[in-house]
Write a protein that binds this ligand. Structure first.
Ligand code: ZN
Length: 455
């Protein structure tokens, strides 16, 4: 058995307040010892890693993404638009996605996340067309090649334009098929164990793209299969107007009506809540994934993340899809959350530690993964080491604060479940240049197919 001591880090933030100033010890897939200031490990270690130039933190957890959107970054027809017109510009492009595009975009997004220190990611894939009936199967295969842990959500859209929804009819599916496919994916791929690298959750897309019946049936299926539930909610004022017009209810009333006041649920965005709705979410044990970059880019509004968190709502952090960010960088997203929450609440609020907590333990809470998101004894050895050797860090005092204040963007070493996945800023198992080249080809093919079909 081999024990590895990550020794004498420049700074070590465990996420729990425990002292690990002299590093941590890893045995197999787990953290087995925290080494306090002035101490050495209590048991012999046969390997050591000199972390004296590194800031050590738990692996970051991304609570909301759409990997496929990396193929439509900075797409000209979608620039400078709010959510609804932005979606309407992009749906016809996404209708041309196929297996190869999904494989390449999943690999690229997970690589980008990994290199930013992200060891666990949730993805919300909701585009299923005749070209792409088995997107999640392809994602499972692609995720295995990169090595982050994933929660892949079987998303869905069933309310097309002709029935009063926002998406075109070409990308909506029959509800019976959505439910049978959801069940199949859970049976084939969902691993509920604490060591799990792949979990499946159910994720009807949004109030304006699925029916209340599908929301109810998805909640029933999630309860019977014991998996999590995810959707977009309260992202824009347009969405609130849509809900009032179509259902005669605000989004949270609608959510309660369809049986989603449940601890299995985490919502993407959660911006437009009033005080009474925040209390209702606390009682319902519903979680919220804050996506600051996307919210700023689409001008959607400012999530009351600190208030939600302090009221008792589970709050995590997500980069959201790469057509509304347009990057997939988790350490940068933690900086964005810190800046946005300071802007909302004042400079003495949302410290770098508060933002890092959202990006680690907050995400673990959303995804019901208590074994992740911190570096306590017994936790999974998922971690990231950042080197402060770029011009942006020069002259810093507090190394942990410098990570966010100076804008770290790339981890030097990343470990998932006790295995190094990034060394010296380079992926261990994959060639990022090769992944980028194949991804670029797929993005070009997607634009060409869209151009052909829209002519
Ligand atoms: Zn989203």
């Amino acid at each position: 058995m081999s024990r590895l001591w990550l020794r004498h880090p420049l700074a070590c933030w465990t996420g729990t307040g425990e002292d690990a100033d002299n590093g941590i010890v890893i045995d197999g897939a787990r953290v087995v010892e925290l080494v306090p200031h002035g101490h050495t490990p209590a048991t012999d270690c046969d390997q050591t890693f000199d972390a004296s130039a590194h800031v050590l933190i738990p692996g970051l957890i991304n609570g909301h993404h759409h990997f496929y959107q990396t193929l439509t970054r900075a797409l000209k027809p979608a620039l400078n638009k709010a959510l609804f017109p932005w979606l309407q510009a992009l749906y016809p492009v996404w209708a041309n996605l196929d297996d190869e595009a999904i494989y390449a975009s999943t690999q690229l997004a997970l690589s980008e996340l990994l290199l930013s220190g992200c060891t666990t990611a949730a993805d919300h894939h909701y585009v299923f067309s005749h070209l792409l009936p088995r997107a999640i199967d392809v994602q499972v295969e692609a995720a295995r090649t990169i090595g982050n842990r994933v929660t892949l959500t079987r998303g869905s859209m069933s309310l097309g334009e002709s029935a009063g929804g926002l998406p075109p009819d070409s990308v909506v599916e029959p509800e019976a098929l959505i439910l049978s496919e959801s069940q199949r994916l859970i049976r084939d791929y969902h691993d509920a164990s604490p060591e799990s690298f792949c979990q499946i959750a159910l994720a009807p897309c949004s109030p304006f793209s699925v029916t209340p019946e599908l929301m109810k049936e998805s909640a029933r299926l999630a309860a019977s299969e014991q998996v999590l539930l995810h959707t977009h909610l309260a992202e824009t004022a347009d969405e609130t107007d849509f809900c009032l017009k179509r259902f005669g209810q605000r989004p949270v009333e609608y959510l309660a009506e369809v049986g989603w006041m449940d601890e299995r649920v985490w919502l993407a965005h959660g911006i437009h809540f009033n005080d009474a709705e925040i209390e209702q979410l606390v009682r319902g044990k519903v979680g919220v994934c804050h996506c600051p970059s996307s919210n700023m880019l689409l001008g959607s509004g400012q999530c009351r993340a600190l208030e939600l968190n302090r009221a008792g709502v589970r709050v995590g952090l997500g980069v959201d899809g790469s057509a509304s960010n347009d990057g997939s960088n988790m350490i940068q997203e933690a900086r964005q959350a810190m800046l946005m929450q300071k802007l909302t609440y004042g400079s003495d609020q949302c410290s770098h530690i508060d933002a890092l907590s959202l990006a680690t333990r907050g995400g673990a809470d959303l995804l019901h993964r208590p074994e992740l998101g911190s570096l306590g004894v017994g936790q999974q050895a998922d971690l990231a080491l950042f080197k402060l050797d770029e011009p942006r860090f020069s002259g810093h005092d507090d190394p942990l604060a410098a990570l966010l204040l100076c804008g770290a963007h790339r981890a030097d070493f990343v470990m998932v479940g006790g295995n190094w996945k990034v060394r010296h800023g380079t992926m261990v198992d994959q060639d990022i240049q090769d992944i980028m080249a194949r991804h670029g080809v797929q993005a070009k093919r997607l634009r060409e197919r869209w151009n052909t079909h829209s002519r």
